[in-house]
Design a protein around this ligand. Sequence first.
Ligand code: ATP
Length: 199
Amino acid sequence: MYLKSIEVHGFKSFANKILFEFHNGITGIVGPNGSGKSNVADAVRWVLGEQRVKQLRGASMQDVIFSGTENRRPLSYAYVAITLDNGDGQLNVDYKEVTVARRVYRSGESEYLINGTTCRLKDVNELFYDTGIGKEGYSIIGQGQIERILSGKPEERRELFDEAAGIVKFKRRKATAQKKLEDERQNLLRVNDILSELE
Ligand code: ATP
């Protein structure tokens, strides 16, 4: 699996629709300070479901929408789509190519799409569990992140190893099953209470 392209329109400094295409090997993005290099990484983080505005270096979620310049009016929405080659089937879907997209409007309306079909954030998260690509993954290493990992809590470091070991989806499923079990236990207690009242 590898990243084939990133399409950006109206996201941060990218007012025009731009398509970044990547090929085998290493690609470097170079440019003067403030030209938008980090915004490319932010776009990938955002389309993968990043909800924390701080991680996107903004104050509110609307800050990701192009806010205009002296010569250009602000835009009403931001759109990012990444296309991954899934020839090796690492992503658990029957497509050789997977495009994940996210769009947000100034009104707050937003949507996620997988290969053009609207989906939930949960679906995007689940698609990338244990691949290292999700927003909590290690495929995007931001400035200062290595230091945060090294000086962070052991539990936080553990999350990174869990993702690399491919056990995150099992831990999530276990947590969901345990929650359901607990809900059922509570229901049972209530039923027993009612029964003892009736006796
Ligand atoms: P450096 O080399 O200094 O780290 P960079 O090339 O990584 O810089 P970025 O931090 O990606 O640059 O981009 C910063 C630019 O993006 C700033 O000029 C900022 O005004 C612009 N920018 C950020 N958000 C928006 C927005 N919502 N609308 C318009 N421009 C934006």
